[in-house]
Design a protein around this ligand. Structure first.
Ligand code: GTP
Ligand code: MG
Length: 466
């Protein structure tokens, strides 16, 4: 990407709509857009910033009228990208938009890459990496809690905490480097070995607190991966439809209806859950069905939660076999069709007894449901919330880790600080290697380079040049 270029893109979805917004950003945004506008008013560069005006939009070479619309010139750096930006609100026809984009390119723009406006905002220091990611997450968020997690990132909650921890590390590094490089300056503060250990442990503690949010945070962003499995005809697809509140999967009373897996994101009272409906598992000579069965096993492997559905109060031999494939996954035992079943608690105990005897993993929860009437569905949602989403992460306004990149950077930082602790008593310059690693990892989280900042800080705190 060449940041000195001026780029344009359609910022609203592709397709026909009432209005479309084309965005132009870069050093030449004003002179380029000037070429495609025709109106009696002032030139773009002389107009007040952030004030829209009405104009004809023309082809820059032929002068042909393409459309009329509202033009919003915005002077950098007070814009999203930090650059001069022009937004063109035109009519939302696909042909009109294409012509306007073409004429902008003729007039000197390049087409923007995906995410380029946000990347420019980052490169121009308007956003840090976690915030840039949060913008995508806000757009993608499909449930109340995922949106809350993304907006916490956008507000910079994680960034502020990571930055603060990093600054503490940098300040320690500055003290150490000064101790080592300029021992003759007695008036400079010295940092003791104990101080280094204590501070490293404190910082590590706070990093670990952030890491505790990672599992729930990542699930809020990606959805809890949940496989619905069981023998044919027990009501797996009916359960999927019930949780989605729509008829997504085909339901019939013929065993073997679902042949391929169906995957959909459900919003369970604000929690994003990626449901995977699988083919009922049984021995079969039918090729298509047996391929479906194989995929069911793959789905189990990739999931965080397995919903094992049965419509009986006892386990069949085939079901016991199927349960072996769950391994150490967390699973819920859902006894479906409660509207027609007679429940006896004793038989449930017998089931659990049987599982223990067979040395099979026990379910985390046993819930009676009816996919038909909706009975037990609230309880299921509640149990998912309790088992997989931390209440603090859901309800408190706190810094959250919401993707693997952030989690890995924090783990790197924490491991480096663990090494500082385990190397207590070693010379300070040796410890500083791991402290640097920790600061670098936190810098990666927010997109800052640690080395440059240490140097800048050294010079700003001590007048070493004299
Ligand atoms: N009475 C009652 N019937 C149900 C319930 N859930 C599902 N059924 C019925 O059970 C039959 C099978 O339902 P499906 O949802 O297709 O079952 P499945 O497990 O997806 O079956 P396969 O795709 O063949 O593996 C249908 O006739 C449903 O209407 C329930 O809670 N109560
Ligand atoms: Mg089905």
């Amino acid at each position: 990407m060449n940041i000195s270029s001026t780029v344009c893109a359609l910022s609203t979805p592709v397709g026909t709509g009432g209005i479309a917004v084309i965005r132009v950003s870069g050093g030449s945004a004003f002179p380029i857009c000037q070429k495609i506008l025709k109106n009696k008013g002032k030139k773009l560069s002389e107009r007040p910033s952030h004030q829209a005006f009405f104009s004809d939009i023309i082809d820059s070479t032929s002068g042909e009228l393409l459309d009329q619309g509202l033009i919003l010139p915005m002077k950098g750096p007070g814009t999203f990208t930090g650059e001069d930006t022009v937004e063109i609100d035109c009519h939302g026809g696909m042909y009109i938009c294409r012509r306007i984009l073409e004429t902008l390119v003729q007039a000197g723009c390049s087409m923007a890459q995906p995410g380029e406006f946000t990347k420019r905002a980052f490169l121009n220091g308007k956003l840090d990496l976690t915030q840039a990611e949060a913008i995508m997450d806000m757009i993608d968020a499909g449930t109340r809690y995922s949106l809350k997690a993304a907006s916490s990132q956008l507000k910079g909650r994680l960034l502020l905490e990571a930055d603060e921890l990093r600054n503490e590390l940098l300040s320690m590094l500055v003290d150490i480097e000064v101790n080592i490089d300029y021992p003759e300056y007695d008036d400079l503060p010295e940092i003791s070995d104990d101080d280094i250990q204590q501070k490293s442990m404190d910082i590590n503690q706070r990093i670990k607190k952030l890491l505790v949010t990672a599992d729930s945070g990542i699930r809020l962003r990606e959805g809890l991966s949940t496989a619905i499995i069981g023998l044919p005809n027990v009501g797996k697809s009916s359960l999927l439809n019930r949780l989605l509140r729509e008829e997504r999967a085909i339901v019939t009373n013929i065993p073997g209806t679902t042949r391929d897996i169906v995957s959909e994101m459900a919003d369970l009272q604000g929690l994003p859950v990626r449901l995977i409906d699988t083919a009922g598992i049984r021995e079969t000579g039918d090729l298509v069905e047996s391929l479906g069965v194989k995929r069911s096993f793959d789905a189990i492997e990739k999931s965080d939660l397995v919903l094992f559905v049965s419509d009986r109060e006892f386990l069949l031999e085939e079901e016991l076999k199927l349960l072996q494939s769950i391994g150490s996954k967390t699973w819920f035992f859902l006894i479906n069709k409660t509207d027609t079943l007679q429940h006896e608690k004793a038989s449930l105990e017998a089931i659990l007894q049987k599982l223990s005897e067979e040395k099979l993993p026990l379910p985390r929860r046993v819930i009676h449901i009816s996919a038909l009437t909706g009975e037990g569905i609230d309880e299921l949602t509640e149990e998912i919330r309790e088992t997989f989403f931390s209440e603090d992460v859901l309800e408190k306004d706190m810094p959250l880790v919401t993707n693997l990149r952030q989690k890995e950077a924090l783990i790197r930082a924490s491991e480096a600080l663990d090494r500082v602790t385990s190397s207590a008593g070693m010379p300070q310059d040796l410890l500083s290697i791991d402290l640097h690693e920790a600061a670098d990892a936190l810098g990666d989280l927010t997109g800052k380079s640690a080395r440059d900042d240490v140097i800048t800080q050294i010079f700003s705190r001590f007048c070493l040049g004299k």
